[in-house]
Design a protein around this ligand. Structure first.
Ligand SMILES: Nc1nc2c(ncn2[C@@H]2O[C@H](COP(=O)(O)OP(=O)(O)OP(=O)(O)O)[C@@H](O)[C@H]2O)c(=O)[nH]1
Length: 186
């Protein structure tokens, strides 16, 4: 790319879109993982980004951490910037919230039944999913469902009234893999 092209606003924008993750994206959103210490937020993030499990000694996150990943939703490249934070804030109306019960692989140590997770999620009117950073079950799906729902909110204003709306609950139910356990909410 020439200097002239770099000075051009569009090209600079393009450079910014490619620089941080070495992959082009059309739109970018922030995803925040909130939950008690040691529920597995870091591991879910690493599983989503790198497809690996961080086993071994637990080291609590100090401050904040984030990872970027570009996913494809309906031919759109969506950059998800997933933030891990201990700051609990009241979400605005246009924020998509999902309840995850992590460590679903730990069947023997289960303390919370799936129905209890569902009930809590229903109380808050949010979707619920059991995940495992260890096995990877439902981790990618959780982030994809969030990306789809955020895109839906963004496009809703432009939608025709007769156009079917994306239903995050139906999407999750049709895609999710069942597991037998969970012990930690985020
Ligand atoms: N079996 C199992 N262990 C997990 C899973 N996810 C995380 N762990 C373990 O749980 C411990 C805590 O995981 P972290 O991801 O560091 O927890 P965190 O929520 O980020 O903790 P803070 O940094 O204190 O907020 C680590 O020892 C992980 O290896 C999981 O899905 N299954």
């Amino acid at each position: 790319m020439s200097d002239n092209e770099i000075k051009n606003g569009t090209s600079r924008n393009m450079l910014e879109r490619c620089a941080s993750v070495n992959e082009y994206f059309d739109i970018s959103f922030k995803v925040m993982l909130l939950g008690d210490s040691a529920v597995g937020k870091t591991c879910v993030l690493v599983r989503f980004k790198d497809g690996a499990f961080l086993g071994g000694n637990f080291i609590a996150t100090v401050g904040i951490d984030f990872r970027n990943k570009v996913v494809t939703v309906d031919n759109m490249k969506v950059k998800l910037q997933a933030w891990l934070t201990e700051i609990h804030e009241y979400a605005q109306k246009d924020v998509v919230i999902m309840l995850l019960g992590n460590k679903s692989d730990m069947a023997a140590e289960r303390v919370i039944k799936p129905e209890e997770g569902q009930k809590l999620a229903k109380e808050y009117g949010v979707p619920f999913m059991e995940t495992s950073a260890k096995t990877g079950i439902n981790v990618e799906l959780a982030f994809l469902a969030i990306a789809r729902q955020v895109l839906e909110l963004k496009h809703r204003a432009a939608q025709q009234p007769h156009e079917p709306k994306f239903q995050i609950h139906d999407y999750i139910e049709s895609q999710k893999q069942k597991s037998n356990c969970c012990g930690a909410f985020m």
